[in-house]
Write a new protein. Structure first.
Length: 342
């Protein structure tokens, strides 16, 4: 067992304070950027990101489509950095998410999008970064220094900054109220005890599941298992997992089903119970399951913000899994904090 208190654990504990700081210090920039977007009346949105930041964009994709009725597509940075193609982006909003704002491929594509007519918004922890310089607007996430290789508070603050922008564009008062309540929800979430799920995770592969907005959280969870615990995990939509992947489920196979209180919850609960019937050890963040085990979870005052405290609870669990395996999650092998992809 790794016995020291990890930087990752300290940063997970800082998430509520970081979000409170974002909500306090970021209001003017979010309001101004939302007004710019409203004035442009965009027809679609584009995201540019990699890794955990791309998972944040997957969440924002669902949020944009569900809130604004506008399609949002992820464009691979290699379109510009490797293939040299410039895209026509008139009438588009480009959301580029990067904790460091330094990766050359993210910067090149965002510059290309800006020059191609998009209104580009950088969501980053480094306001003086190259990404900020090639974007029309920058939304700082105010996470403060994040020293652990595993992104935690920067992921959560990126989610909140992007969602806050979309809610402001929509002028959705119910959602804005839920966003303002997130620091309290996150404090409760990091106190949730997922030890029963942590105990079930071993050296074998596992599934994480989500659907809709929670699919992005499932993707992030699978990455963190690999990154911090050296455990192979695959993320699936509950709409897809029974179409092939279920074949590898056997007795005791671990599954983490990350549900939100939205229209997809019933389906995800049904699939979780189906996998439990096949012998899997299924742990779910919904009380609608009958055979799977219910994990303690925090629901917010709006269904679209529910995944945010869920990932905070998960981060606490995955750090525990890593340290109990004798792994320091602050310094995963083969990885460094900033990966600069060409």
């Amino acid at each position: 067992m790794y016995k020291e208190t990890t930087q990752m654990r300290r940063e997970v504990n800082e998430i509520p304070v970081a979000v409170e700081r974002l909500l306090t210090e970021g209001a003017e920039l979010v309001s101004r950027t939302a007004s710019e977007i409203q004035d442009r009346n965009p027809r679609f949105l584009i995201s540019v990101a990699r890794g955990s930041s791309d998972h944040a964009c997957s969440y924002l994709k669902y949020a944009a489509e569900l809130l604004l009725g506008l399609p949002m597509a992820s464009v691979g940075p290699s379109v510009k950095s490797i293939y040299g193609v410039d895209m026509r982006c008139e009438d588009a909003v480009c959301i580029a998410v990067s904790q460091s704002g330094q990766s050359p491929d993210i910067v090149k594509l965002t510059r290309s999008m800006t020059e191609g007519g998009a209104y580009s918004v950088a969501i980053t922890n480094e306001t003086g970064s190259a990404l900020s310089q090639v974007s029309k607007a920058t939304l700082p996430i105010f996470a403060g220094p994040e020293l652990s290789v595993a992104a935690t508070k920067t992921f959560v603050t990126s989610l909140v900054a992007g969602l806050w922008l979309l809610a402001q564009v929509k002028r959705d008062e119910d959602l804005l109220r839920a966003i303002r309540g997130l620091p309290e929800d996150l404090s409760a979430a990091i106190a949730c005890d997922w030890s029963v799920a942590a105990t079930a995770v071993s050296d074998r592969s596992l599934f994480t599941l989500g659907r809709g907005t929670s699919l992005a959280i499932s993707n992030e969870a699978a990455l963190k298992f690999k990154e911090t615990c050296q455990i192979h995990a695959e993320s699936y939509s509950s709409a897809e997992v029974l179409h092939g992947p279920v074949s590898i489920v056997d007795q005791g196979f671990p599954v983490l089903a990350l549900a939100s209180g939205d229209a997809a919850e019933a389906n995800l609960a049904e699939v979780a119970d189906t996998l439990a019937e096949k012998g899997a050890q299924v742990f779910a963040t919904t009380s609608q399951v009958k055979r799977a085990s219910v994990l303690p979870h925090v629901r917010t005052s709006h269904w679209i913000t529910d995944p945010i405290p869920t990932i905070a609870s998960f981060y606490g669990m995955v750090e525990k899994v890593a340290t109990e395996r004798g792994i320091n999650p602050d310094a995963p092998r083969h990885l460094r904090k900033v990966t600069e992809t060409v």
